[in-house]
Design a protein around this ligand. Sequence first.
Ligand code: DOR
Ligand code: ZN
Length: 337
Amino acid sequence: MNEITIQSPFDMHIHLRDTEMLKLVAPLTSHTFAGGVIMPNLVPPVETKEAVVAYKNRILEAINNDDFIPFMTLFFKPYTNEFLENVKDEIIAIKLYPAGITTNSEGGISVIDTVALAPTLNAMSNLNIPLCVHGETNGFVMDREKEFMSVYEALAVAFPKLKIIMEHITTKEAVDLVKKYDNLFATITLQHLIITLDDVVGGMLKPHLFCKPIAKRPEDRDALLEIALSGNSKIMFGSDSAPHPKHKKEACGCAAGVFTSPIALQVLVELFEKNDKLENLDNFISKNAIDIYGLKKSKKSIKLIKKDFVVPAQYEGFGEVVVPMYAGETISWSLKE
Ligand code: DOR
Ligand code: ZN
C-alpha cells in the first residue's frame, strides 16, 4: 500500500500548554488530528468553568481555522455535584493526578481513598463524566505503575458505573487489568509502543525520550503493542505528547515528556503496516474513542503517502524551541499535502 486515508483521527491525551508554546504546538496537532483530549496541568491547573472556557478559546485561537475539536478536561479535586452539573457540558472528562507525581501536579490528590473521594466520584458517575487517571505511586520508578493497580481496582469496584481511563499505560500488568473490569479503559502513547527503558538510558542518555511513566521492559512494550495492534475496543491512542522547551530537556534536571504530535500519525501508520495490522488502526485511533466517550465521528480525513520524511531537528516559533521524537531521523510515511 502506498497511500492511506485516516478518517477522524483522535488523540485522546495531549498537552498543548499555554501562551507562546501553545501557539507553536497546537497547530502541529490540529493539522493532523480531528480532535484531542486536552490535559489540564497548566500553572495554575484548570479547575473552574471559567478557566476551561478561557483555555478552550485560547486553543481555538492558536489553531486558527483548523477543523479540530479540543475536548477539555478539568483538574481533579473534590467538586460538588452542583459545580459538576454546571460545568459538564464544557468538559469531556476530569483528570486525576496523584500529588507531585509529574509535571505541574502539586495540587493533585495525596491519598486516593474511595471513601473520601466518593461524593465527587459518585456525582461524576451519575452525570456520566469519565475519570482519567495518571496511575503511578511514588514508589521505585520501575514499579510505580504496577503498584497503582490496586488503586485502579478499588476505584473500578467502588464506582462500577464510572468510566475510568487508565492513561498512558506502560506495563503488562495494566494490559491485564484493563481487560478485567467493564468500566476500565486505557490510552497508550506512541513512544510506549516502540521504546523500552534501554532506549532511554541504555546507551547515551536520551532526554527527549524521558517521560512519565518511564518506558519499561521489552515484555511490557510487547504487551502494549499486542493489545493496540489487536484493535481491542478498550484501548485508545493518546499520544501524551508533552512539549517542553529544548533548554529544559537538554538540562541537568530534564523535564518529563516526549513531543510526538508532528509525527504521531505517520509513525502509527508505519507501525501498524509493519505488523500487518493496518485494518485495526481505525479502532485504535478513532472508533474506540468514539464508542467509549460517545463522540461524533469527524468528517476530517488525513491522507498519508509512503514517502520518506526527514523529521525536523526542532520546531521553532513565538520564541520557543521544541525537539520532536525522531528529530533528524527518517520515517517512511509522510503527510500528503
Ligand atoms: O512525561 C510526562 N509529561 N508525563 C506526564 O504525566 C505529564 C507530562 C507533562 O505535562 O509534561
Ligand atoms: Zn499526560
